[in-house]
Design a protein around this ligand. Structure first.
Ligand SMILES: [Zn+2]
Length: 167
């Protein structure tokens, strides 16, 4: 997959993202195309876009791009898009998959967004002990994930396959 370089509004290089994510950012007016592929265009339905090689964010964002984002409760909720990892409803709390009482830590891989009800029901038990299933595995956000979250773009947001296949 072709990668697109992302510049901050100040022209400082930040990260690379997939072509799909670059197109999402441009289509949502979160970024402008600074440099495009000289020959290729993306044509689909009413859409006709240059293939972005470099895009620049429309507004300046402050996020720790060059290192792993530090763990925080808010960061977990943003990573999981405020969706409960057990039922998919709106989450307002952070659950420790391995409970702190059993040595589970405040880490990206041990915490998930949870609704208050499921968090209370699970209590100091592992998902297995509580008979609860994780709908998705927790993951460590990449610098690109952190940047997209700061821009208010869903981390998992992607364009449909047919759009990029026509590039
Ligand atoms: Zn829930």
């Amino acid at each position: 997959m072709r990668e697109t370089l992302v510049l901050n509004a100040s022209f400082e290089p930040l990260s690379t993202v997939s072509l799909r994510r670059a197109i999402v950012l441009v289509m949502q007016d979160k970024a402008v195309v600074e440099q495009a592929h000289p020959g290729l265009r993306i044509r689909a339905a009413a859409l006709d876009l240059p293939v972005p090689l470099v895009i620049r964010l429309s507004r300046y964002v402050r996020v720790p791009f060059r290192r792993q984002a530090p763990w925080s409760r808010r960061g977990v909720l943003v990573r999981d898009q405020h969706r409960c990892a057990y039922c998919g409803r709106r989450a307002t709390t952070v659950d420790h998959v391995v409970p702190r009482a059993h040595g589970g830590g405040d880490t990206w891989l041990n915490t998930v967004a949870s609704c208050a009800e499921d968090n209370h029901r699970k209590a100091d038990r592992t998902p297995e002990q509580a008979g609860m299933e994780l709908l998705r595995r927790p993951f460590v956000p990449t610098p690109a994930d952190t940047m997209l979250a700061a821009l208010g773009v869903s981390v998992r947001e992607e364009l449909p396959d047919w759009l990029v296949q026509s590039a």
